[in-house]
Design a protein around this ligand. Structure first.
Ligand code: HXC
Length: 516
């Protein structure tokens, strides 16, 4: 027995060493932590329960029989984050570049199965050179097993990917199939084909960072949703994010003890919207004043900045926030912001997080590129996501809600439960300038040229008085109540109290056909 224990301990110690001291030093020199260091920062102390620590590959090609490391380049297991159970894997880049093998796949798949069966979130810490070249097609098939489980778990348990190093080829697709991707600013990258291959195939010169770095994926491609300065901050973001999500789709997200008075009014809100309707303001100021103090976590803050998505708390309960951002592109909806909103609403719906929508948009963005690249299809995703969602949905029109964008942004007709408007709201088919030119074109043309500006101003004034207010919509029941901006928080708290037990179902079907 003593000998047996000694063997076990020796193997365990070897597993803890990863690729050895020099490679650990290399990892640190690159500004990255090792897999085990990352896990110890992420998980509650002493909570990690490892599985598959002694597994090794059986590949013999390319001298691989001499390169066997216990664990085979991925550390897998269970642990707790703030007392909540999670399943987690972490690529060990110090072992064969974290490259993905059949054994890695078996370990991760086992974890995915257990996470799904037990209904607990799955977190992946990615740092991998992609499919292990020495294993050939076997490593491709191995990825397929992981992807399948990512898809089956989608919408059942939260899946969060943290990209902390290179994620090449197949290593990029698994994160792309998960709900949230967090990347470190300088040390991470994701691409399907790397700079060298691109150079050969297309002749283009590009660096890894410019091709698939964190800034690119957070601001241009939309593949990543959060950016961190370094490994510790990325892991903190995971903990924050998890705080707004339930363990699985059968549970409600966790409430924290309320710490901000539910009936708190904010006088400043009465002055946020500028007098002139063409002057921008920062919608984030509205959000931070309405929801629980310091509870706002923006998701995708650098991508499609004309829309805001994120989580916050209201009286301690997590809510999803969607808003137009008048400070960027006047808050118009375009292709990217439509994708961003639709995806976020669907995530909230999958995980029982109510959505509050703040509306100030002049409509869908006009433009040839927008039309040619499919703003109709992408814009339809917003409508689809809101209509399909059965979670509590409340909207507040702060200023413009024009045309199709009024409908798309959580209007009552899109199965919103309650619709509020501030007195500054303008709910109409279109803005005054466009409407006057259509309605009064003949009268304006008939008038002497010198009189046209005054006549146009008169028509615009008349249109504004008639249509650019919330009262017509309130009159016909499209708005439930016009409220003072300062009372938005207490109104929302009461609305959510009522809606917390809402039950709504969609017709049975295999799945809908979202316009992807
Ligand atoms: C086997 C790999 C590997 C891989 C890296 N290594 N990637 N071994 N298979 N895919 C090994 C290296 O040989 C090296 O071993 C060690 O890991 C560290 O790698 P370095 O290159 O020294 O590190 P670095 O300079 O930081 O560069 C990291 C990297 C680079 C950017 C990831 O290694 C790289 O470009 N790798 C290949 C990436 C790639 O094209 N993957 C796509 C695979 S195809 P030694 O012993 O020399 O230190 C794929 C398709 C799946 O994934 C499709 C599914 C749908």
């Amino acid at each position: 027995m003593t000998d047996d224990l000694a063997v076990l301990r020796e193997m365990r110690d070897k597993a803890l060493e990863g690729g050895g001291a020099q490679r650990i030093q290399d990892q640190h020199d690159k500004g990255k932590l090792t897999a085990r260091e990352r896990l110890s920062l992420l998980l509650d102390p002493g909570s990690f329960q490892e599985i598959g620590a002694l597994a090794t590959h059986d590949c013999t090609d390319f001298g691989m029989d001499k390169l066997r490391y216990p664990g085979d380049g991925v550390v897998c297991g269970f642990g707790k984050i703030n007392g909540r159970r999670v399943a987690v894997f972490a690529h060990d880049f110090t072992v064969l570049g974290g490259s993905f093998s059949t054994v890695q796949s078996q370990k991760i798949c086992r974890l995915q199965d257990l996470s799904l069966e037990s209904g607990i979130p799955l977190i992946g810490l990615n740092d991998s050179g992609g499919a292990r070249i020495q294993e050939g097609v076997r490593s491709l098939a191995a990825y397929g097993e992981v992807f399948t489980r990512n898809v089956l778990a989608s919408g059942v348990v939260p899946q969060i990917s943290v990209v902390l190093g290179p994620c090449a080829g197949g290593a990029a697709y698994s994160p792309a199939l998960t709900d949230f991707v967090v990347m470190t600013r300088r040390t991470s990258s994701m691409f399907i084909t790397g700079p060298e291959v691109i150079k050969v195939v297309t002749g283009e010169d590009v660096t890894g960072a410019d091709l698939g770095g964190s800034v690119v994926h957070n601001s241009r491609s939309g593949v990543a949703h959060l950016m961190a300065e370094d490994d510790p901050q990325a892991l903190e973001l995971v903990k924050l994010l998890l705080g707004y999500l339930p363990q699985n789709n059968t549970e409600d997200p966790p409430q924290v003890a309320p710490y901000d008075p539910a009936d708190r009014m904010d006088e400043e809100l009465n002055h946020v919207v500028p007098e002139r309707d063409d002057v921008p303001y920062d919608m984030k100021e509205v959000l931070t004043r309405v929801f629980d103090r310091d509870s706002f976590l923006e998701v995708s803050p650098y991508y499609a900045r004309n829309a805001i998505t994120g989580f916050a708390r209201l009286d301690g309960w997590p809510v999803g926030l969607v808003a137009n951002q008048p400070a960027h592109l006047a808050g118009a909806l375009d292709i990217d912001s439509s994708d961003k909103i639709a995806r976020f609403v669907r995530i909230c719906d999958a995980f029982n997080v109510p959505v509050v929508t703040f509306v100030d948009t002049p409509g869908y963005l006009p433009g040839i590129d927008q039309e040619h690249y499919g703003v109709i299809r992408h814009g339809a995703k917003v409508i689809y996501a809101y209509c399909e969602a059965t979670i509590p949905k409340v909207s507040i029109v702060t200023r413009k809600a024009m045309g199709g964008a009024y409908l798309a942004m959580s209007s009552k007709q899109m199965r919103s439960d309650l619709a509020f408007a501030w007195p500054t709201a303008q709910i109409a088919v279109m803005g005054a300038d466009g409407a006057v030119r259509v309605l009064h074109r003949r009268a304006l043309l008939a008038a002497p040229e010198a009189e046209r500006p005054a006549l146009e101003a008169k028509f615009t004034r008349e249109y504004g008085l008639l249509f650019l207010n919330p009262y017509r919509a309130a009159d016909v029941g499209q708005i439930d109540e016009v409220i003072e901006p300062r009372e938005t928080r207490p109104r929302l708290v009461r609305a959510m109290e009522v809606l917390r037990t809402k039950v709504q179902q969609n017709p049975p079907k295999k799945h809908g056909l979202m316009p992807v």
